[in-house]
Ligand binder design. Structure first.
Ligand SMILES: [Zn+2]
Length: 268
């Protein structure tokens, strides 16, 4: 049996393992940063939404106050005209117009009250939120109960955390960049030679790794596949010791003798 092919693929796995161990120095920082950034975006959206509501209220208030002012001006002028009315018909017509303007004012005032009620309700909810926070009952706090200042503080804290984690990750990336680049180049050329001499093994390797499996080729460890700990049948041990491979019946990984990994490391 030609064992050179398996040696080639073990070398590929060895380089992959080296890259993986360097990447693991990042200690899950990229995922952590993504999660923090999602929280940050969520908080920012909440703050933005509240700002929009406040602005809408302000605009509506200005518009309604404008309407009230105009109506009052009109009433004033209608009343002046009434003093000059030449007959009852003219006078009554003006009264009707005044009445109409008064209704307009009343409607605008109701709308102004609605805004005040809405704002008051929002403040009450935030007050409740503050009480819950002081009692550490965080899981009972709804989105709208979160007090404005707490939300702003949360946003500031999250931005700081994201920045710190990014700095930490950046420094790790910079420290390891050269090594990673070198290993990726080695990996590429190793793939090429495996692809030339052991295409089928490479396909199997890629297929195994296309899932969540990081290690397609593993060592025989205490007579078992070190990928899933399933025992390897005794009659296959000799072949593995001789430098052959065994495809684990349980997880599908390729099991080889650890000597092959040592040889791959030495060849690096
Ligand atoms: Zn296995």
């Amino acid at each position: 049996m030609d064992h050179t092919k398996i040696n080639l693929i073990v070398r590929l796995q060895h380089i992959d393992n080296l890259i993986e161990s360097i990447m693991s120095l990042q200690k899950g920082l990229p995922e952590e940063i993504t999660a923090l950034e999602e929280d940050l975006a969520f908080t920012a959206r909440q703050i933005e939404a509240r700002k929009r509501v406040a602005e809408d209220h302000q605009k509506l208030r200005e518009r309604l106050n404008g309407t009230i002012f105009e109506c009052k001006e009109k009433i004033k002028s209608f009343k002046e005209k009434q003093t000059l009315a030449r007959n009852n018909k003219e006078y009554d017509a003006l009264s009707k117009q005044i009445e109409y303007e008064e209704k307009e004012i009343a409607q605008a005032e109701i709308k102004l009250q609605d805004i005040s009620h809405t704002e008051h309700h929002a403040q009450e909810l935030q007050k409740k939120g503050r009480d819950l926070i002081s009692e550490n009952r965080y899981d009972e706090i709804s989105e709208e109960m979160m007090p404005d200042d707490v939300l702003n503080q949360q946003m500031e804290d999250l931005s700081q955390q994201v920045n710190l984690k990014k700095e930490e990750l950046d420094s790790i990336v910079i420290e390891t960049a050269e090594e990673i680049t070198r290993l990726r180049e080695t990996l590429a050329s190793q793939r090429k030679s495996v692809s030339n001499d052991a295409k089928r093994l490479l396909d199997k390797y890629d297929h195994l790794k296309s899932g969540s499996m990081q290690n397609a080729i593993v060592k025989l460890d205490r007579h078992a596949c070190s990928g899933c700990n399933t025992r390897v049948p005794t009659n296959r041990h000799t072949l593995i010791v001789q430098g052959g491979f065994y495809v684990c019946e349980s997880c599908g990984r390729i099991v080889v003798h650890e000597r092959l990994f040592e040889e791959a490391a030495a060849a690096q």
